[in-house]
Write a protein that binds this ligand. Structure first.
Ligand code: ADP
Length: 441
């Protein structure tokens, strides 16, 4: 095993990675921008290196600064976390070229899976059902031709897109023509790649994804997560298992996904995302990294996904036997977002059985306007869905983050909303109840 690892990230995910490293006997080096010098991830690390000013482009996205920090502190590996450079093939290559292990897949796999058009083709080749759609769209006229074949509405997506950005829905030919150029320009600006494609827009599907771990040979599936509760295509609440997936669909998803990752000789953690509608599932994309919502899978499978990911990438083995994965109970995660930056005046963290609070907050800590608004994740686990949701309700009631406005009350209203409780809803659910939820605040 390695001695020292650089965590090329900040916030709760940096804290989360350091916790596994400490248990594995790996020393950690934190990196921080000048805005983060008092952050919890800096305090928890064995060493910390300032890598630049507050704007991410000059700190957390500075490939050279990150690699220099790792080399300078004698690290042997680098964990990119989530977001920032975690799926950047050029970064993974730079890390490898400097003799460091990138905790993630190879640059080639990042290139392949990071391009949604190529990923769709790869999934199709492995026999997975793919959301009906096109390859890269060349002209607006060709897009209209394809859309008429698929049937409106369609959704325009950036091949290199992510984080719910750069997607536009078109309900007719005129809208499509108008939006395709705009979408392409937006994609070019955000992702330095203007390639767009179109998919049939499913009106109210569910978002279901499988947690994959692979060491280059073995592929383990730690069940599915349901991430259907979304606001503007951004996940708000995640759960495992999914109320919409039965054992036949679960087996059929895994039967399609496992050969894909085995065929690639994929290494590390991944998520394969599907849209589910009317009892059928369609491949959407692969996220070639650990995900924000990984704790719900850890709770139901009793595993440490970060640990498995590090072992897979460093030693080419996992401490999980794919044949012996056993899933128990129900887990739900609520993302806690800051609605404005500020300073935490008081923090009261819920406790008791079956609860987990992943966060970088502490009393007195600042929440910077420069970074992602998610400040914590609250995860509840219990024997079944109803009990897990009751536990989440209780925990959200105990959680106090004073000093910054948060979405805690909104999340609690969703957790207790009859439609959410019933388990029967699609991705437009939150938009449908938003007024009711906001109005009740
Ligand atoms: P990103 O990579 O930006 O997160 P995804 O492709 O994962 O984008 O899609 C994010 C969300 O957008 C999905 O969970 C779903 O709610 C919605 N979405 C994406 N594609 C479709 C589609 N073809 N039909 C309906 N909704 C879609």
């Amino acid at each position: 095993m390695i001695k020292r690892l650089l965590v090329a990230n900040r916030g709760e995910i940096a804290v989360r990675i350091m916790r596994s490293c400490r248990e594995m006997g790996i020393e950690t080096v934190a990196v921080y921008s000048t805005a983060d010098s008092d952050s919890l991830h800096v305090r928890l690390a064995d060493r910390a290196v300032c890598i630049g000013p507050a704007p991410s482009a000059q700190s957390y996205l500075s490939m050279n600064n990150l690699v220099t920090a790792a080399l300078h502190t004698g690290c042997e590996a680098l964990h990119p976390g989530v977001g920032f450079l975690s799926e950047n093939a050029a970064f993974a290559k730079l890390v490898n070229d400097n003799g460091l292990v990138f905790i993630g897949p190879s640059p080639e796999h990042l290139d392949l899976l990071g391009d949604k058009v190529r990923a769709r083709a790869t999934a199709r080749k492995h026999g997975l059902p793919v959301t009906p759609g096109t390859d890269a769209v060349e002209t607006a006229d060709k897009a209209v031709e394809s859309a008429e074949r698929l049937g409106f509405p369609v959704i325009i997506k950036a091949a290199s897109g992510g984080g719910g950005k750069g997607m536009r829905i078109a309900r007719n030919a005129a809208e499509l023509k108008e939006n395709i150029a705009v979408a392409s320009r937006e994609a070019e600006a955000h992702f330095a790649d203007g390639t767009v494609f179109i998919e049939k827009y499913l009106e109210n599907p569910r978002h279901v994804e499988l947690q994959i771990l692979s060491d280059g040979g073995n592929v383990a599936v730690l069940g599915e997560r349901d991430c259907t509760v979304q606001k503007n295509h951004q996940k708000l609440i995640e759960e495992s298992p999914s109320p919409a997936v039965d054992s036949a669909m679960r087996a059929s998803m895994a039967a399609g996904a496992v050969p894909l990752f085995r065929g690639l000789k994929y290494r590390g953690a991944a998520t394969i995302e599907f849209l589910v509608e009317d009892g059928s599932f369609y491949f959407m994309e692969v996220n070639a990294r650990v995900q924000v919502e990984h704790p719900v899978s850890e709770m139901v499978s009793g595993t440490d996904i970060i640990r498995a990911q590090i072992l897979a990438c460093i030693e080419g083995r996992m401490d999980i036997d794919p044949e012996k994965v056993s899933l128990s109970g129900w887990a739900v995660e609520c993302r806690v977002n800051a609605l404005a930056p500020g300073r935490v005046e008081r923090l009261e963290i819920p406790g008791g059985p079956g609860l987990r609070f992943d966060s970088f907050l502490y009393p007195g800590c600042g929440v910077s306007p420069h970074y992602d608004s998610m400040v914590a994740k609250l995860i509840a686990h219990d024997a079944d869905r109803e009990k897990a949701l009751d536990r989440m309700d209780r925990a959200l009631g105990e959680l106090v983050i004073a000093g910054i406005p948060t979405n805690i009350d909104r999340q609690r209203r969703i957790v207790n909303h009859p439609t959410f409780r019933s388990g029967g809803f699609g991705t437009s659910y939150y938009a449908e109840i938003e007024k009711e939820i906001e109005g009740a605040l």
